[in-house]
Design a protein around this ligand. Structure first.
Ligand code: AMP
Ligand code: GLY
Length: 431
């Protein structure tokens, strides 16, 4: 396919996920020019970055046209929910990610739960509400512990795990009457609490076709032992022995396949990433939520494990063409440890100078998230999650040791990291 020999690629976003996507694109023999918008300090050191915001749909279409882009890869969920892919497709530019209708699976939890019910996909029992009185009535017959969720996008903060009836009632009133989470909380989902261990499955989808990446687990809480406030994710690893081949096959048959059939019945031509957040319960896997983009920081462990060139796969998905039946993966394990600014996910300082090691051991990399590069090349902190150190090795134990060695060679004043990334898997003794 000579048309692909010099494919110009634009990556949308500014986090660690997007830096990892840029790095995967740079390795592809198909890639011509790789650019990013808006990018971060790490991306700016490797590719040209354009100061176009992820929400600026017409601006991104213009940029893609001006730069002769043949593939746009959309990192975050917000532009997907704003219809960026629809706008790019209308302009004849292949874009990796779902159309706006498909993105509702993440942008509206109420839509997602109804989709699960309609298509018989295993999930927690639930009901959706826009009014306080029926929601409180539901709580009387479904008492705490119970989960209250703002339906719309809330950057991972719109989920209240109510232990008591008082907390549940307060959460309902805060969201529906008090304007907590704004419009995102104008509709809520009340659902049964599920128990078990969580795992993530990422599938690359093109209509009827899908191909899964290895199962992964992340650490959402800020503190060691998985305690404290929820964050965007403090680390992740792959694979996980919690999802063996038999369970993987069950998840593909009971969750992923029915989801693709559901899209078809609903008239949605889904392309892009389907990222299932699963609870592995005693009664089998149940979907907690769907995301319609790659996880961050999961991407930083998943992409380096892919032995095949990812670019033709993403391009095929963007064009709605057939995907390979499977991908080749490197053996072993991968880990990413996030270096955050002290105080995150609360308030934190920005603008601290970062010092990096002069060289890195093989199979490790430093992925930038919240960083900025000044004209003289100095890199400073510019966000809550600052960097991710990823490493691959024959075992998770070795990958972990490698990653922490690099973490200890990076300095900025308020550097904070968890020392126990991977503990669940490591303590299972399977490594
Ligand atoms: P979500 O954004 O829906 O994935 O929820 C964020 C986090 O809240 C999940 O990763 C779980 O840790 C927790 N969670 C959400 N829903 C439930 C549930 N029904 N039962 C138990 N934990 C839940
Ligand atoms: N790591 C969780 C997420 O990307 O949503």
């Amino acid at each position: 396919m000579s048309e692909n020999h010099s494919l110009n690629i634009l990556v949308i976003g500014s986090g660690g996920r997007e830096h990892a996507l840029v790095q995967a694109c740079l390795q592809s023999p198909l890639a011509g020019k790789v650019i990013a918008a808006p990018g971060n300090g790490g991306m700016a050191s490797e590719v040209e970055c354009f100061n176009t915001a992820v929400e600026d749909v017409p601006g991104i279409v213009q940029l893609a046209q001006a730069e002769s882009i043949g593939l746009v890869i959309v990192g975050p969920e917000v532009p997907l929910s704003l219809g960026l892919v629809d706008a790019l497709q209308a302009a004849g530019i292949p874009a990796y990610g779902p159309c706006q209708a498909g993105a509702q699976l993440e942008s509206s939890k109420a839509f997602c739960k109804d989709f699960f019910a309609r298509h018989n996909i295993p999930t927690a029992a639930y009901a959706n509400f826009t009014e306080v009185a029926p929601a409180l009535e539901y709580l009387e017959s479904h008492p705490a512990p119970i989960v209250i969720k703002a339906s719309g996008l809330a950057a991972g903060k719109g989920v209240i795990m109510a232990e008591t009836q008082e907390e549940a009632i307060a959460a309902v009133k805060d969201m529906l009457e008090g304007g907590a989470f704004g419009q995102s909380g104008a509709e809520i989902v009340i659902e049964e609490t599920l128990y078990g261990e969580e795992a993530s499955i990422h599938a690359i989808v093109s209509g009827d076709n899908f191909v899964c990446l290895p199962p992964s687990q992340d650490h959402k809480r800020v503190g060691e032992g998985d305690t404290g406030l929820n964050t965007g994710g403090m680390g992740a690893y792959t694979p996980t022995s919690k999802v063996n081949a038999a369970l993987q096959a069950q998840i593909e048959e009971m969750v992923i396949r029915p989801t693709l059939e559901g899209f078809k019945k609903d008239g949605i031509d889904f392309r892009g990433t389907l990222y299932a957040g699963l609870m592995l319960t005693e009664a089998g896997p149940k979907v907690l939520e769907y995301n319609v983009r790659f996880g961050d920081p999961e991407t930083q462990v998943l992409l380096p494990m892919v032995a095949d060139d990812l670019v033709p796969v993403l391009l095929a998905s963007a064009k709605g063409e057939a995907l390979p039946q499977q991908l080749a993966f490197h053996p072993g394990a991968a880990i990413v440890v996030v270096l955050a600014a002290g105080g995150y996910p609360g308030s934190y300082a920005k603008g601290e100078v970062i010092r990096f090691p002069e060289s890195l051991p093989p199979r490790t990399s430093i992925v930038h998230a919240g960083t900025k590069r000044s004209d003289d090349g100095t890199i400073t902190t510019n966000g809550g999650r600052v960097l991710g150190v990823s490493a691959q090795a024959p075992s998770l134990e070795e990958a972990k040791d490698l990653a922490y060695t690099v973490c200890d060679q990076i300095h900025f004043d308020s550097k904070y990291l968890r020392r126990d990334i991977g503990h669940r898997e490591l303590n299972r003794g399977s490594n």
